[in-house]
Design a protein around this ligand. Structure first.
Ligand code: OFO
Length: 166
């Protein structure tokens, strides 16, 4: 049986993961509006991945006799000044999520909740990947600068992301 503090903190993390999905879906809509369908496709897949993150925690709570309580989601940002600005926001968001995961690990250690600790290890590794992916796109966009051709090339590359890819 999971403890009350851990249960509450994991419910908050379900909201964070669903908020991530909501944010990336909003970014997908922005990219579609800019004619960058490859980037939009990447963000749509990312939104689905975030829903899977939420379900991982959902299942953990259920399996341990905890109660899932879904909280209201904040309205995501709607507009960005440029593709670079949007990808920078995605990278910053992932850094925020990494901080949240680190706090959950610290709480699980404090509570001596080994089951939660094991489950959270997956998220620790996942965050390394998520930060890496978004940071690399930011770096590429910075190199591309004002080049329209460069932007279209990157859009095409990101559009190759497949569903099973992380
Ligand atoms: Fe983007 O990793 Fe979950 O939130």
């Amino acid at each position: 049986m999971i403890g009350k503090r851990m249960e509450g903190a994991l419910n908050e993390q379900i909201r964070e993961e669903l908020s991530s999905a909501y944010l990336y879906l909003s970014m997908a809509a922005y990219f579609h509006g800019e004619g960058l369908d490859g980037m939009a496709g990447w963000m749509r897949l990312q939104a689905k991945e975030e829903l899977e993150h939420a379900l991982k925690i959902f299942d953990h709570l259920v399996e341990r006799g905890g109660r899932v309580r879904l909280e209201a989601l904040p309205e995501p940002r709607f507009e960005w000044g440029s593709p670079l600005e949007a990808w920078k926001a995605a990278y910053e968001h992932e850094r925020h999520i990494t901080g949240r995961i680190d706090e959950l690990v610290a709480l699980a250690q404090e509570e001596k909740d080994n089951a939660a600790l094991v489950m959270l290890q997956w998220f620790v590794a996942e965050q390394v990947e998520e930060e890496d992916q978004t940071r690399k796109v930011v770096e590429m966009l910075e190199r591309i600068g004002e080049s329209g051709r460069g932007l279209l090339w990157l859009d095409k590359e990101l559009g190759k992301r497949k569903k099973e890819e992380k």
